[in-house]
Design a protein around this ligand. Structure first.
Ligand SMILES: [Zn+2]
Ligand SMILES: [Zn+2]
Length: 139
């Protein structure tokens, strides 16, 4: 069966390997997963997949812009297949739950007071707070 990810890899002239495809599929099912989670998910289907192969594939896919890497402070990098819309993230300080937050529309949706002559096309924002279930537990 041919998947949309195969076309995506072809469009970026990336070779199609079963591990690479499995990484993309795992991320499609579990957005904002870290490398360890993706490794588990891929290994459950391809038992020979090594941790190093997963890391290498994640790096290659980030470099080619097929996936996005999010680096919340103090946490392992998270990856997602939702790219190109410059959306932001809200992370729970307590349990690390992460959700997407849409950008206001224009890219970037935030502009500095002074751009110092730069042409700016992206603003990376992470909102921090407490998620609904952690707020409930606090009371
Ligand atoms: Zn929480
Ligand atoms: Zn996201």
């Amino acid at each position: 069966m041919k998947s949309a990810y195969e076309d995506l890899l072809k469009a970026h002239s990336l070779s199609l390997t079963s591990v690479r495809l499995a990484v993309l599929e795992a991320l499609g099912r579990q957005p904002h997963a870290d490398a360890a989670t993706i490794f588990e998910s891929v290994q459950s289907r391809i038992t020979t997949a090594s941790k190093q192969a997963i890391y290498n594939n994640l790096n290659t896919l980030v470099e080619h812009g097929l996936i996005r890497e999010i680096k919340p402070k103090g946490q392992p990098s998270l990856y997602e297949t939702r790219i190109g819309d410059n959306h932001h993230h809200i992370v729970c300080r307590s349990c690390s739950h992460i959700v997407d937050a849409n950008c206001h529309g224009d890219m970037p949706c935030l502009s500095p007071v002074d751009a110092h002559g730069f042409s700016i096309d992206e603003a990376e924002v992470i909102f921090w707070g407490l998620c609904p279930s952690c707020r409930k537990n606090q009371k």
